[in-house]
Design a protein around this ligand. Structure first.
Ligand code: ADP
Ligand code: MG
Ligand code: MG
Length: 900
């Protein structure tokens, strides 16, 4: 087995073995691009080290051989006294990962070779600055010294000198600083900073191996579901110096604009600087285009290389480069990150350039990106120029997308109070906890100054689909004084935002503004709504790209996409968005508003007459709803779910009612109806309503309820048929656990349908099916299929019952802890849990189809619009997914990607 690969030996497809950075360095080397020579120690070597606690035996010899070859090529030896070869030691796993060891530059410098380097370069300051950086980086990342100690010593040196940046320190100061740093290392670790170059290198390599298992790295892997046993590679790369004077420098570049996708010159350049200085922001960089004026030859060469890379990788690449005394060196490349809009544009641009085909283009975008493009957004024109309407005051983590504007409030109570009186509010907290839940519900958006993507605020906001920016650290939130302080423009002074001041937050970019930023609808939604045509002269380039990719997805997908919709308006929108039917029409929404009273009567009914009376009043209303719905979805299937929620949801809140009755009684004017209501509320009160009297159980114990609903559906269908329509109603029974329940409801329903056929003389074909949302139903799917013509997986309830989670309770209380501990990387309510819930679904699909080969299968939980989950439903062979109208394009796209 071979543990070390020269850059000339690898290629970009060896990411498992060489890591992303190493594989791409090799690829560039083999393309003939100017990469400083070097070699990569494989992930296999790392695995051996992690398993056994020591490097593989032959590693030392292999490294020696490669080092010698490198030394020969460079014509100097590592750390050589009069002219040292220096190298960087860079970690590089298959996936780039926070928590992995930082790169150590300038390895090979010592008390002796630093003078050699100075003499060779003719620049003392440069040499001591490089040595200073080495002791600092090595001390911190390899020897584990607290980095602040070095920073403080550096600050102290600057203070003593009256310098305002490290450029103000001369060779002598830096030399002194090296001494101080070495003192810190000795004091903190009890060991001297190693002077032997090879020892420096070996220790750094080992530190990279060990960094695979830092807590942060492990947590990240658990959350992102990256296997723990991949290991990291280590790259040893000969140093090139961007800090050798004005004809040197370092920069980053993109082969096209990662924001718009347009081709051009994008990047930053910093003269006379090393390594991370560009991104660290210690001095002002210049736009890459300025390099043309600074060093035309290198600039032309860089542009040429960017074109080579783009044609070669057939995608946008990002690049790190350094110019040493007028000579260009490539230090890194990879397929670059991009915005959602750029992803769509780039994918179609590459098709037009003939670099990729449509199937490939479909893989270059995803549903999460499309979803992002569908949120309304802030009007860019209001954010720039002298007439701008708002000032950016912070930049946090884009935790839950959307654009929200409202008055600042700093506690949940005020949020609720203000929103009740019609104000739009943004809830601002340092961090949120379960007590903030009501405030979060009341707010337009949530802003916190602490916490990351898995913080309470982020998780709960995503669950509610509410805009959220979290961890905006430069904002100081003072909840006691109800205010927030931000740095003023250009970092000078400060801005205080008091309770009631208007703020705007952008959950897609993480930006926070003071003032009201106007919101504009997304052009992509305008397109789906049919208000903008992709073929129109002035159609936006993005819309055209989306149109092309959607058309391709629709051509190749096998899954059909339906909508969850309960009224004609949603149904029509869903149709415009491409829905091929309704997968879930919830009838409980038809029982709200003024009809609540009738439902109350139904629940309170003491006698059969009272009950029948209430039901016969509800019937025509239900029928009207269905007629409208069948008309909107004419020719497409509409699955109507019979009443599902626990009845108490239709009755007044128990506490409010008790108070009302008690007050009335004390005034001696209690009203009869309230007393009866209170009795009923008490009777219906359940400890666990979600596991109580609901779904099919209601139909079985409340005579006439389900048959009334079935009659309404059947009569509506008959009427539509008489009007020459094409209604395709399907009746769905919720919360079935055993086939017996279904059989009883089914028999009753069939009788009603037969009655309606007789009465109207219209022949009706109404499919009867069930939801699979209890583990027992999934486990006995083979039996249930005998009585069901279709299954629709209710994965929300199925997830609750399989995990034993009450969604409303767990998301707000302990989910953040679970996410932080990496128990799951994403909430199982967001993305289907393939191993648990998913395996029940898979089994029910197989057993259901075994009983009834033509069984139609769909899903109507929220997972139906989740990208990851759509792929799963495609794999297990469902016929359709159903989701909220807004998620339909996402589901179409992902169904296409799953099939392509
Ligand atoms: P990261 O993964 O954090 O980007 P890198 O290994 O790419 O870490 O290196 C950090 C910085 O040091 C980058 O700016 C990189 O270009 C620079 N760098 C790395 N190796 C060398 C080298 N051999 N010569 C000069 N600069 C280097
Ligand atoms: Mg890098
Ligand atoms: Mg359910």
């Amino acid at each position: 087995q071979k543990f070390v690969y020269d850059f000339t030996e690898g290629n970009k497809d060896l990411k498992d073995l060489l890591g992303g950075k190493g594989a791409n360095l090799a690829e560039m080397t083999n393309l003939g691009l100017p990469v400083p020579p070097g070699f990569t120690i494989t992930t296999e070597a790392c695995k051996v080290y992690l398993d056994s606690g020591s490097e593989p035996k032959q590693l030392r010899d292999e490294v020696s051989a490669h080092l010698e070859a490198l030394e020969q090529k460079m014509d100097k030896k590592l750390g050589q006294a009069d002219d040292p070869l220096l190298v960087s030691v860079r970690s590089g796993a298959k996936f780039s990962m926070p928590g992995m060891m930082d790169t150590v530059l300038n390895i090979g410098l010592s008390d002796v070779s630093v003078t050699g380097l100075a003499a060779q370069a003719g620049d003392d300051r440069f040499a001591w600055d490089s040595y200073r950086r080495l002791v600092q980086m090595f001390g911190k990342t390899v020897m584990g010294v607290d980095g602040d100690l070095f920073e403080e010593a550096l600050e102290e040196a600057k203070r003593a000198k009256g310098a305002d940046s490290d450029l103000g320190l001369g060779a002598e100061d830096l030399k002194q600083l090296v001494d101080d740093f070495k003192g810190i290392v000795l004091k903190e670790t009890g060991r001297e900073f190693p002077q032997e170059p090879r020892e420096q290198m070996d220790l750094a390599v080992r530190a990279v191996f060990e960094s695979w298992n830092t807590d942060r790295a492990k947590l990240y892997r658990r959350q992102e579901r990256i296997p723990n046993d991949l290991g990291t590679a280590v790259n040893i790369c000969s140093m090139v110096f961007g800090n050798l004077g004005p004809d040197s420098g370092t920069g980053v570049a993109f082969t096209r604009d990662p924001a718009s996708g347009h081709q051009g010159v994008y990047g930053d350049y910093l003269q006379n600087a090393q390594g991370e200085d560009v991104v660290a922001g210690i001095r002002n960089t210049v736009p890459l285009a300025d390099l043309e004026g600074i060093d035309k030859a290198s600039y032309d060469q860089l542009l040429q290389i960017m074109e080579t890379l783009e044609t070669h990788y057939r995608d946008l690449c990002d690049i790190e480069f350094t110019i040493e005394s007028g000579k260009l060196w490539m230090l890194q490349t990879r397929v670059g990150k991009r915005t959602a809009a750029a992803a769509f544009r780039i994918a179609t641009q590459l098709v037009d350039q003939g670099l990729i085909d449509e199937a490939e283009a479909l893989q270059r975008v995803n549903g999460a990106q499309l979803a992002q493009l569908m949120f309304p957004r802030f009007d860019d024109t209001a954010l720039s120029g002298d007439a701008r309407k708002a000032e950016r005051i912070g930049w946090g983590i884009a935790a839950s997308p959307g654009a929200a504007v409202g008055k600042a409030v700093f506690d949940s109570y005020t949020a609720v109070k203000w929103s009740r009186s019609g104000e739009k509010v943004i809830l601002i907290r340092r961090e949120t906890n379960p007590d903030d839940l009501n405030g979060m519900i009341a707010a337009e958006g949530i802003l916190t100054s602490r916490g990351g993507k898995t913080s309470h605020a982020a998780v709960v906001a995503r669950g509610m689909g509410k805009t959220c920016v979290c961890g905006a650290e430069e904002l100081e939130v003072d909840t006691k004084r109800r205010r927030m302080t931000a740095k003023g423009p250009d970092g000078k002074g400060s801005i205080v935002i008091e309770e009631g001041d208007v703020v705007s937050i952008d959950g897609s970019s993480g930006k926070v503004y003071v003032g009201e930023v106007p919101v504009v609808p997304s052009p992509v939604v305008e397109y789906f709504e049919g208000r903008m045509h992709a073929g129109a002269e002035d159609a936006d380039e993005l819309v055209r790209a989306v149109h092309r990719i959607m058309a391709y997805a629709d051509r190749v997908r096998r899954l059909r996409v339906r909508a969850n919709a309960d009224n004609a308006e949603d149904a029509s929108r869903a149709r415009r968005f491409g829905a091929q039917g309704i997968g879930l029409c919830r009838t409980e929404h038809m029982f709200l508003g003024e009809r609540r009273e009738l439902v109350e009567k139904l629940i309170l009914a003491d006698t059969e007459e009272e009950r029948d009376d209430a039901l016969s009043n509800l019937l025509p209303m239900q029928k009207r709803d269905f007629i409208e719905l069948f008309e909107a979805m004419d020719g497409l299937p509409v699955t109507v779910r019979l009443l599902d929620p626990p009845l108490h949801e239709f009755l007044p809140d128990i506490t409010e009612l008790s108070v009302r009755v008690a007050l009335a009684e004390s005034r001696k004017d209690a009203n009869e109806n309230d007393l009866r209501l209170l009795q009923a509320v008490h009777k219906l009160h359940e400890q666990n309503p979600m596991l109580g009297l609901r779904g099919v159980r209601l139909g079985l114990v409340i005579p006439g309820l389900f048959t009334m609903q079935v009659r309404a559906i059947a009569e509506a269908a008959a009427q539509r048929k008489e009007a020459k329509g094409d209604p395709r109603a399907e009746i769905m029974i919720p919360l079935v656990g055993t086939v017996q329940e279904l059989e009883i409801v089914r028999d009753d329903a069939e009788k009603v349908i037969a009655d309606v056929q007789r009465e109207t003389g219209v022949e009706l074909k109404l499919a009867l099916g069930t939801m699979i949302e209890l583990p027992r139903a999934a486990l006995t799917a083979g039996q249930i299929a005998e009585a069901a013509e279709f299954f629709s997986f209710g994965t929300n309830d199925l997830t609750q019952t399989v995990w034993g989670f009450s969604r409303d309770d767990v998301e707000a209380s302990f989910f953040t802890a679970y996410l932080e501990k990496g128990i799951f990387g994403v909430s199982p309510f967001e993305t289907i849990d393939r191993d648990g819930v998913g395996s029940l679904v898979r089994r029910a699909v197989e057993e259901g189809r075994a009983t009834r080969p033509g069984l139609k299968l769909g899903v109507c939980g929220e997972h139906g619009g989740d990208p990851e989950s759509v792929h799963f439903f495609h794999e297990v062979g469902l016929d359709y997914v159903s989701c909220s109208p807004f998620r339909i394009p996402v589901a179409r796209l992902e169904a296409g990607r799953a099939a392509a």
